[in-house]
Design a protein around this ligand. Structure first.
Ligand code: G
Ligand code: G
Ligand code: MN
Ligand code: NA
Length: 252
């Protein structure tokens, strides 16, 4: 494939760029932080979505180097922004399976924090249920080592995977992200609404934060507010944007 040889070169030639999507407090409207979302600005093909190259990066193992670059970029950027905001802002970074299982993960995360000066409690690592369930005991151990440092974990796309509630109880996580497939249907499908509400209650009863992803309309936001969801992310509130654009929009 055309993209295959390009990944290594893309990393060496700075063709990757991190976009940031804002997360807001649904009650106060305050910006609470962002999710870092990788993009590839290909010289010929234009902007390429991670969906189109992460699987290959995962297969070749390059995802570890690419993921580290995202981690460093996001920590540096967030540290600048929160100094500018004069209050804590958090940043969420997506982990791939291979990156999560890599022996150097702890060392790499600690290095990214030290180089940026970002406080560990302002970094959140997002992992999916399938990553957690592939090897539960190992996942718990890796997460424990990182949470000891102060770093937080979120389960991404929550509700779409296979994690049982019994395991959920054992993972040291601080946040559930309600998958956007539920959020998008909350105003039209009573079952999606019931699931979204149940995830909010589950999270709060477990003393976890809960973020609704993929909020696209005011009606969806109203529903989420009515069931006590306090954090939101989605096109209705803000699309993923370059760092320059993010600053223009949120640091006037
Ligand atoms: O931003 P977008 O909706 O195109 O992202 C598509 C998918 O790519 C999402 O599942 C998202 O979690 C994933 N993704 C985005 N950035 C990264 C990244 O830096 N690392 C990994 N592993 N996945 C990412
Ligand atoms: O899997 P993960 O949750 O990390 O994926 C995030 C992806 O969701 C990003 O690619 C981002 O561009 C996309 N996204 C963010 N907000 C919205 C939204 O409101 N609607 C849709 N359809 N996609 C969104
Ligand atoms: Mn995510
Ligand atoms: Na998600």
């Amino acid at each position: 494939l055309l993209l295959e040889g390009g990944l290594r070169q893309a990393l060496d030639q700075d063709e990757f760029i991190v976009y940031y999507q804002p997360q807001f407090d649904l009650l106060s409207g305050a910006l609470v932080g962002s999710e870092a979302l990788l993009r590839w600005q290909h010289p010929q093909l234009g902007m390429i979505s991670p969906l189109d190259f992460i699987p290959m990066a995962e297969e070749t193992g390059l995802i570890v180097a690419i993921g580290n670059w995202v981690l460093k970029s996001a920590c540096l950027q967030n540290q600048l922004w929160q100094e500018r905001a004069g209050r804590p802002l958090q940043v969420a970074v997506n982990m791939s399976a291979r990156q999560f299982r890599h022996a150097d993960l702890l060392q790499d995360v600690v290095a990214a924090l030290q180089e940026s000066g970002l406080s560990p409690d302002l970094l959140e690592l997002e992992i999916t249920e399938s990553i957690l369930m592939a090897d539960v005991e190992q996942a718990i151990e890796v997460m424990r080592q990182l949470t000891v440092q102060g770093i937080h974990f979120a389960i991404d796309d929550f509700g779409t995977g296979y994690s049982s509630l019994n395991y959920l109880r054992r993972f040291p996580i601080s946040n559930l992200k309600i998958d956007r497939s539920f959020v998008q249907d909350v105003t039209t499908d009573p079952n999606a609404a019931a699931i979204a509400q149940s995830i909010v209650m589950l999270a709060h009863n477990l003393n976890l934060q809960v973020v609704a992803e993929g909020v696209e309309t005011a009606e969806q936001a109203d529903f989420l507010r009515s069931v006590g969801c306090n954090l939101v992310q989605g096109f209705f509130f803000g699309r993923p944007a370059s760092a320059v654009e993010f600053e223009r929009l949120y640091f006037k």
